[in-house]
Design a protein around this ligand. Structure first.
Ligand SMILES: *Cc1c(COP(=O)(O)O)cnc(C)c1O
Length: 485
C-alpha cells in the first residue's frame, strides 16, 4: 500500500468510529436521557414494588447489528431490567443481605469511568493507588488493624474471602501432598462463598470441621478447641479457622476473642468474615460485640452492604504483608517500568487482578463529601428499626427468632391447624406475589422461617409500616387458603 493510500484508508476508518467520541453537544444529549432515567428511578423508588415476580424477558435485550436510539435502549432497560425481579436499590429490599446504592458513589463511578484511571499500579496512577490505599487505611483504623497490615479492594466479599484464604493456604504451605491432611474449621453458618473459595484454590479435599453452634447460632469455642486437639492427636494438620462477624442467616457474631485465643494457641490462621456485619463496629455501642476482631490474621468486609455503596465493592485486610505479596505478586518483562523503588504497594501485587476498575473512588468520595457520621447514624438506625419491626410482628402474633446481634432476624407464624412449615411457605409465597416489600426465607434446624435483613439506607419506619400492611394481608389470605378452605 502506498503511503497516501494508507492515509486515505486511515481517514475513512476514523470516520466510521467517530461515534465513539461524541462532542460536547452530543454528550449533553446523551446525558439528558440518562439523567431523566435516574431522576425518574429515584423519584419513584418508594412507590414502586420491591419485587416483581416476572422472569419473562423480551427480545429487545438481544444485540443485533441495527443501531438503536439511547431513548429506546433506556426503555428496554426500564422494562426488562428495572421492572423485573428484586429492586435492589429499594428500601423495601429486606430479604437476603440488601445492598444500597448511594448517589455520591454513582457519581464517583462515572468520574472513574470517564477518566479511566489505571489504579492497579502505582507507577501508572500514583494518585489513584493512593486513594485506594487511603480507603484501606481508613478500614484498618476502623477495624483496629495495625498500620503494617495490607488490604485490597475487590469486587465483593466472595473475592475478598478468596484472597484471604489463598494467603492462609500459602502461609501454611498447604500444597499437594499436604492437602488431604489439612483441616479447616468453620461453623455451619459460614457463608457458602468459603466452600467455593476452598474448592477454587485447590483445597476441596481438606478436612472440613463444622463446629457446634450455641442457641444463638454462634460458634461454640469449646467445641472448636476440642476438635482441633482431637485432629492434632490423629496426626492431621489444622491450619485455618473461619469465624463470622454477622452470619448471613441470623446475623450472629461468633465469639471472636475466644476463637482468637484458640487460634493463637494452636498457631492457626484466624480469618473473620465480616462481609455483612463488619461496619456495625463503627458504632461505639457495638464495639464490645466485635471484641477480638483486631486479632484476626485476615478480615473481610463488604462496603456494598454496610456502607450502602452500589454493588461492586468488597475489601480484605491481612496483617502479614509479606504473605499477601508472596501469594499475589508477579513480575513480567513488560512490567519493568512499574517496578520503581519508591512506589507504594500496588493493588496488582495484592490480588489476582492487574487491570481493575478504580473502585476506591466510589468509597473515598462519599467519605470525603459527608464524613463518617451519616454512615454511623444510618447503621444505628437499622439496628433500632430491626427492633421496631420485631415488635410489630410480635403484636401480630408471630413468633420470633432470638434477640439478634445485628439487623438480621427471622419469624414464623405458629399456626395451630396447619403444619407451620407448610403455612409459612405459603405465607411467603403470598408476600412475594404482593411484592411491596421483599422478604426471604431460610431453614433453622429444619424449621421454615421468614427472614428479614435490614441494611438498606432507604429502609425507614414507613417501609416497615408498608411491610406490616402487606404481611397482615398475606396472613389473612394464607388463612383463607389453608385453614378456612
Ligand atoms: C454477602 C456475604 C458474602 C459474599 O459477599 P459478596 O459481596 O456477595 O461476594 C460473604 N460472607 C457474608 C457473611 C456475606 O454476608
Amino acid at each position: 500500500m502506498t503511503h497516501s493510500k494508507l492515509i486515505l484508508q486511515l481517514e475513512s476508518l476514523e470516520q466510521k468510529y467517530r461515534v465513539l467520541e461524541p462532542d460536547q453537544q452530543q454528550r449533553h444529549e446523551l446525558s439528558k436521557h440518562v439523567k431523566k432515567f435516574s431522576d425518574g428511578f429515584l423519584n419513584q423508588i418508594d412507590d414502586v414494588p420491591t419485587f416483581i415476580n416476572d422472569h419473562q424477558l423480551a427480545e429487545s435485550i438481544a444485540i443485533d447489528s441495527e443501531a438503536e436510539s439511547l431513548a429506546t435502549i433506556i426503555d428496554t432497560y426500564q422494562s426488562q431490567v428495572v421492572e423485573k425481579g428484586i429492586n435492589p436499590a429499594s428500601g423495601g429490599h429486606i430479604g437476603y443481605i440488601p445492598g444500597g446504592g448511594i448517589y455520591a458513589s454513582a457519581l464517583a463511578d462515572y468520574m472513574a469511568a470517564v477518566s479511566n484511571e489505571y489504579s492497579g499500579v502505582f507507577y501508572a496512577s500514583p494518585g489513584g493507588v493512593a486513594i485506594e490505599n487511603e480507603v484501606i487505611s481508613w478500614l484498618k483504623k476502623s477495624f483496629e488493624f495495625p498500620d503494617s497490615a495490607v488490604g485490597n479492594l475487590t469486587s465483593g466479599g466472595s473475592i475478598a474471602n478468596l484472597i484471604a484464604l489463598t494467603v492462609a493456604r500459602d502461609k501454611h504451605k498447604v500444597k499437594n501432598e499436604h492437602v488431604t491432611r489439612a483441616v479447616v474449621y468453620m461453623s455451619s453458618q459460614v457463608h457458602h462463598c468459603m466452600n467455593k473459595a476452598l474448592r477454587i484454590i485447590g483445597l476441596e479435599d481438606v478436612h472440613h470441621r463444622s463446629i457446634r453452634l450455641d442457641s444463638n447460632s454462634r460458634m461454640d469455642a469449646k467445641d472448636l478447641d476440642r476438635q482441633i486437639k482431637f485432629d492434632k492427636e490423629q496426626g492431621l494438620q489444622p491450619f485455618l479457622i473461619v469465624a463470622s462477624a454477622g452470619t448471613t442467616d441470623t446475623g450472629a457474631i461468633d465469639p471472636l476473642d475466644a476463637i482468637a485465643k484458640i487460634a493463637d494457641e494452636h498457631k492457626l490462621w484466624f480469618h473473620v468474615d465480616a462481609a455483612y456485619g463488619g461496619f456495625f463496629m463503627l458504632l461505639e455501642s457495638m464495639k464490645s460485640a466485635f471484641a477480638g476482631i483486631e486479632k484476626a490474621d485476615s478480615l473481610v468486609v463488604d462496603p456494598h452492604k454496610g456502607m450502602f455503596l452500589p454493588y461492586g465493592l468488597g475489601a480484605v485486610l491481612v496483617k502479614d504483608r509479606q504473605a499477601v505479596f508472596h501469594s499475589h505478586h508477579y513480575s513480567a518483562n513488560y512490567m519493568q517500568d512499574a517496578d520503581g523503588e519508591n512506589s507504594m504497594l500496588s493493588p496488582a501485587d495484592l490480588s489476582p487482578e492487574l487491570t481493575k476498575h478504580f473502585r476506591g473512588l466510589r468509597m473515598w468520595l462519599p467519605l470525603k463529601l459527608y464524613g463518617v457520621e451519616p454512615f454511623k447514624a444510618c447503621l444505628q438506625h437499622k439496628l433500632l428499626l430491626t427492633h421496631y419491626f420485631r415488635d410489630e410482628l410480635r403484636s401480630l402474633g408471630f413468633d420470633l427468632g432470638p434477640e439478634p446481634d445485628l439487623s438480621v432476624s427471622y419469624f414464623w407464624y405458629p399456626c395451630k391447624q396447619i403444619e407451620p412449615n407448610i403455612f409459612n411457605r405459603q405465607l411467603l409465597k403470598n408476600i412475594h406475589a404482593d411484592g411491596r416489600v421483599f422478604l426471604s426465607s431460610t431453614l433453622i434446624e429444619g424449621q421454615y422461617v421468614i427472614r428479614m435483613a435490614i441494611l438498606s439506607f432507604r429502609t425507614t419506619v414507613s417501609t416497615i409500616r408498608k411491610a406490616m400492611k402487606m404481611i397482615r394481608q398475606a396472613l389473612s389470605d394464607t388463612k383463607l387458603q389453608l385453614v378456612d378452605k
